[in-house]
Design a binder for this molecule. Structure first.
Ligand SMILES: *[C@@H]1O[C@H](CO)[C@@H](O)[C@H](O)[C@H]1NC(C)=O
Ligand SMILES: *[C@@H]1O[C@H](CO)[C@@H](O)[C@H](O)[C@H]1NC(C)=O
Ligand SMILES: *[C@@H]1O[C@H](CO)[C@@H](O)[C@H](O)[C@H]1NC(C)=O
Ligand SMILES: *[C@@H]1O[C@H](CO)[C@@H](O)[C@H](O)[C@H]1NC(C)=O
Ligand SMILES: *[C@@H]1O[C@H](CO)[C@@H](O)[C@H](O)[C@H]1NC(C)=O
Ligand SMILES: [Zn+2]
Length: 323
């Protein structure tokens, strides 16, 4: 299997088969979680800049980028939904900007681009809205392990089963396992799933670790904790706003936080995602694989929603957590 995977990696990593990326339920859940943590100015910005189709909600707006990426006017955007990490899971996982985003066409550069654009006062309103729609979506995609993985087109080319139905590894993570779990224990809706995860963030399982999600420090690397110039959302946003970021239409230096977040996500490819044998046991939506995956999905969606709010809060309210 390993050699098949590697062969697929070499031949397919350039094809950019994007998949849906957290399916609609996952993206909406992220957006609805974010709504619960927006500061007053960020909330007003969202309300004021999303048009009537999105009902002023990051939850409803979160799927727009997937809906348009296969239509001719937006085909150029389909390669912005992921970064093709050329690593070797489950043996070794890594994300490197120069190796994996050399052409600046990847989710890391896209987050920098649309963050700069969302606060660019010279852009017309529809471009500002487009930037917000992309941020809403890409801060979600960057927490999906198979959106930070090149092998077999991010797992799209690895056949699998979900409750007996044919699927592939990527789709099972985007949608199959997630939806099965939402139907079973979260009332079958992204609104209820977001409400349940929001409680975990406020005063449940995630309340003790949520602050780590919005620092951009690698907590397993003690060196980082001692640095005077620690990466942070505030520093990324300040660099964008003050134009210190090496940034123009042809070249973008990705920011620090999205890279840390991509590495955090990619680590699950080694710990969890690739720990199955597609030939002997292709079923993903039952048994140990499923029970190990669900806590990861809950965690990643919660992180994404909380970070999306923090990102917009720093941009518009000046601090990541505003009560
Ligand atoms: C809102 O914007 C989207 C994306 O540009 C567009 O498809 C939709 O028609 C707009 N809706 C309204 C009510 O203007
Ligand atoms: C930044 O966003 C604009 C508007 O969507 C797009 O035209 C441009 O290609 C993007 N730049 C980069 C380097 O991704
Ligand atoms: C946890 O927070 C939720 C949402 O604010 C609230 O409804 C619930 O009562 C809280 N539970 C506890 C045990 O504090
Ligand atoms: C983009 O910015 C870099 C660094 O400031 C500069 O060297 C380069 O010429 C710029 N490219 C364009 C097309 O403006
Ligand atoms: C954190 O740093 C360690 C040691 O350098 C590295 O092995 C690990 O991949 C890093 N994790 C993240 C999420 O950056
Ligand atoms: Zn996507």
């Amino acid at each position: 299997m390993k050699s098949n995977l590697l062969a697929s990696c070499v031949s397919l990593s350039l094809l950019a088969v994007g998949g849906a990326a957290w399916g609609n339920v996952g993206h909406q859940t992220i957006g609805f979680i974010a709504q619960n943590f927006l500061g007053p100015k960020a909330a007003a910005f969202v309300q004021g800049h999303l048009n009537a189709s999105f009902d002023g909600s990051l939850g409803i707006a979160a799927t727009w980028a997937d809906q348009v990426k296969s239509t001719p006017p937006f085909e150029w955007s389909k390669n912005l939904h992921f970064v093709d990490a050329e690593d070797d899971p489950p043996v070794s996982c890594s994300v490197e900007e120069t190796r994996d985003c050399a052409d600046f066409i990847c989710i890391l550069a896209a987050i920098a681009n649309y963050t700069a654009r969302v606060v660019d006062p010279t852009l017309p309103p529809e471009q500002t809205m487009e930037a917000l729609l992309f941020i809403d979506h890409f801060l979600g995609d960057i927490t999906q392990p198979l959106h930070v993985e090149a092998i077999a087109a991010g797992g799209n080319d690895i056949d699998a089963l979900c409750s007996g139905e044919s699927t592939n590894l990527h789709a099972a993570w985007d949608t199959g396992m997630l939806v099965k779990n939402v139907d079973a224990v979260h009332g079958g809706t992204s609104e209820q799933y977001a409400a349940d995860l929001t409680i975990e963030i406020i005063n449940g399982t995630f309340s003790g670790i949520r602050s780590e999600w919005i620092t951009c420090i690698n907590t397993t690397e003690p060196f980082f904790n001692k640095r005077a110039d620690m990466p942070s959302i505030e520093r990324d946003i300040a660099n964008i706003i003050q134009g210190r970021q090496f940034f123009n239409d042809s070249t973008i230096t990705p920011l620090e936080c999205p890279l840390v977040w991509a590495r955090d996500t990619n680590a699950f490819d080694c710990s969890t995602v690739f720990s199955f044998e597609p030939e002997t046991d292709p079923e993903l939506c039952e048994g140990t694989y499923f029970t190990n995956a669900i806590p990861v999905i809950d965690l990643q969606l919660s992180k994404a929603g909380f970070r999306l709010a923090a990102w917009l809060n720093v941009l518009f309210d000046g601090a990541p957590l505003v009560s």
